[in-house]
Design a protein. Structure first.
Length: 209
């Protein structure tokens, strides 16, 4: 099977699944119903996805590999959190999904109990890529405290930005991600009045948002 045909089939299954789930809810939709709506057999469905849960994370491994390669080429003088914020927006599904479908995808990933285990596994893989990037910058092993802390801070910043975006339909995801990572850069100074004030300003909508 050619890569183009495989991609077409994967996208058809994703599209059918999201449409059915939007109408009836994640738990109420079966693999058989998704396959039928996508025009494929149940057997074909399982060529592309190990389970219904995996549909929400399609192409995750490929995107993560692209992110890892992109980090490897980031200049050493680029501020680390700035690079992580840009990398996150470059290599997620927001552009290919479109805002409406991406919002639906992320709502399901973040708030569907049945997807918690899948999301945790993907979060750990994403965190490992961030830690690898941080380790190169810090000259430390990937499993050292510093790179792991950078990974966890980055994951928290990303999740905070996404939850804010999902809670406000008028907000801009890219801007929220950039604000969250700007705030992360000042964590060590959070006890100062100046930093507390800058945090309050950073989380306010920009003019024109």
């Amino acid at each position: 099977m050619t890569n183009a045909l495989q991609q077409t089939s994967t996208e058809a299954i994703e599209k059918a699944a999201l449409e059915l789930i939007a109408t009836r809810g994640f738990q109420e939709v079966t693999v058989e119903e998704i396959a039928k709506a996508a025009g494929v057999s149940r057997r074909t469905f399982f060529r592309y996805f190990a389970s219904k849960n995996d549909i929400l994370f399609a192409n995750f491994a490929e995107l993560l590999k692209e992110l890892d390669d992109w980090f490897a080429a980031v200049p050493n003088d680029r501020p680390m959190f700035d690079a992580i914020a840009e990398g996150m927006m470059r290599f997620n599904r927001a552009t290919t999904d479109g805002p409406v479908a991406h919002r639906q995808r992320m709502e399901l990933i973040l708030f569907t109990p049945a997807l918690k285990a899948n999301a945790s596994l993907r979060n750990a893989e994403w965190l490992a890529v961030i830690a690898r990037f941080a380790a190169r910058r810090l000259g430390a092993p990937e499993d050292a405290l510093g790179p792991q802390l950078i990974g966890h801070i980055s994951l928290g910043a990303a999740n905070a930005a996404y939850e804010r975006w999902l809670g406000d339909a008028s907000s801009d995801l890219g801007e929220l991600v950039r604000r969250a990572f700007r705030m992360a850069r000042t964590l060590s100074e959070l006890d100062t009045a100046t930093t507390q004030s800058s945090w309050r300003q950073a989380w306010q909508p920009a003019t024109g948002d």
